[in-house]
Design a protein around this ligand. Sequence first.
Ligand SMILES: [Zn+2]
Length: 129
Amino acid sequence: MAKTPRQRIVKRLDDLLREIVRLRDNDTCQKCGKTVYGSNSQPSHVIAKGRCLLLRWDLLNVKLLCNSCHRWWHLNPINAASWFADRFPSRYDYVKQYEYKLSRMRMSDFQQIESLLKAKLQDLKGDAK
Ligand SMILES: [Zn+2]
C-alpha cells in the first residue's frame, strides 16, 4: 500500500532519531550499562510516543536501552519513572511538563523537526571524528 507523505516523514524521523540516540548514548544501555547493537539497541521513550507527537522526536524524551531493560521499563512504570527521575533529573522535569499536553502537527512541523534532527546528527558525527 502506498504511504502518505505524512507516513513517509514519520518513518524518516524515526530512523533519524534512532541513529542519533545510538550515537549520543554511545551504544550503551542507559540502565544497565551494557554495550548494545542491532535489535538489542532500542530507543525508548519516556512519555510514550503515541501520547505526544512533539515529544516523539525530542531527544530529551528518549534514551537507549537494551531489550531486557526496555521490557523492564514497560512492565514497571512506577519504578521506571523514579529511576529516570533519579538518573536524569533535569530531563525528567522537562518531559513531565508535557505529559498532559496534546499536540497537533502540520507538515511544516514535521519538516522543521527533520532539519533539527539532521543538524544534530551532523554534530554528533562531527564529534566522533
Ligand atoms: Zn540494559
